[in-house]
Write a protein that binds this ligand. Structure first.
Ligand SMILES: [Zn+2]
Ligand SMILES: [Zn+2]
Length: 265
């Protein structure tokens, strides 16, 4: 099983649009460090048989798949319906063409309703041939379920994210928790024993209403003790080199294009 971090940035990416000369507002991030350039959060999980699950369709999806040399995708899972996780949905039509099939789209019912409200055409029945729009088949799921996705036993669990819930996932040794501010007990139970955990951490110190900061992530790590914890969904306050120097052993900042190889689930 191979996990590729397509994007590790928060909703605005790093740098944000702006800067005195228009070259971008980097916040606390060093512009000369390439690993500080972050697109919106998304991952791909490859099952070991050349099939891939895409988690979220970020606005940067096309560039991400090209940059990470992902030749095809066979299913999609949406963590939630915030724009930075769904608005690349139109590029799915090219993924449909590559495999010449509609793609299953796993998400919570509420998330599917919200995506359908905004991109209803992507879920309209397909009569083929050809794909002139994205063609997704809704696969509703709820916290506590396990699905066989491309042969990978995928457990999904609820995560608190301000006014909405997001879906975390666990596949064998791997866990993915983006856009999370709090976990309930059942989420901790699902994550228990996780070996490699990719977790959202938007800010170094400041409190945020919907996202964990570094002290909160460290508390979670203290409880779960993953062998390896990799931070994602990082805002412009999260400088890669500073994090690399200051994080405790076993915790590291992710970066766009990072590849993680794990035993097949
Ligand atoms: Zn987000
Ligand atoms: Zn979000």
């Amino acid at each position: 099983m191979r996990v590729t971090l397509l994007g590790t940035g928060g909703s605005t990416g790093v740098p944000m649009i702006g800067g005195a000369d228009g070259s971008g507002d980097w916040g606390a991030c060093d512009p000369t460090e390439p690993r500080n350039r972050r697109t919106r959060a998304s991952i791909v999980i490859e099952n070991g048989q050349d099939q891939r699950l895409l988690v979220d369709t970020a606005p940067d999806l096309r560039e991400q798949l090209l940059a990470c040399r992902i030749p095809s995708v066979h299913a999609v899972l949406f963590t939630h319906a915030h724009a930075d996780h769904i608005s690349g949905i139109d590029d799915v039509r090219v993924l449909n063409r590559i495999i010449d099939l509609p793609l299953q789209a796993f998400a919570m019912q509420r998330t599917l309703e919200e995506i359908t409200r905004r991109f209803g055409y992507a879920f309209a029945p397909w009569s083929g041939p050809g794909f002139y729009r994205p063609v997704l088949v809704a696969e509703p799921t709820e916290s506590g379920s396990t699905h066989d996705i491309l042969g990978m036993p995928t457990q999904v669990f609820r995560q608190g994210h301000g006014r909405v819930d997001t879906l975390g996932l666990r596949i064998g040794a791997f866990g993915y928790s983006t856009d999370v501010g709090e976990f309930d007990e059942s989420a901790f139970e699902t994550l228990a024993g996780v070996d490699t955990w990719v977790v959202g951490c938007f800010l170094p110190h400041e409190r945020h209403w919907t996202h964990a900061n570094l002290p909160t992530v460290l508390e979670w790590v203290d409880r779960l003790h993953p062998r390896r914890t990799i931070l994602t969904h990082m805002g412009p306050g999260m400088d890669w080199a500073w994090l690399q120097r200051n994080l405790p052993p076993g915790i590291e900042p992710g970066y766009d294009g990072m590849v993680i190889d794990l035993p097949d689930a």
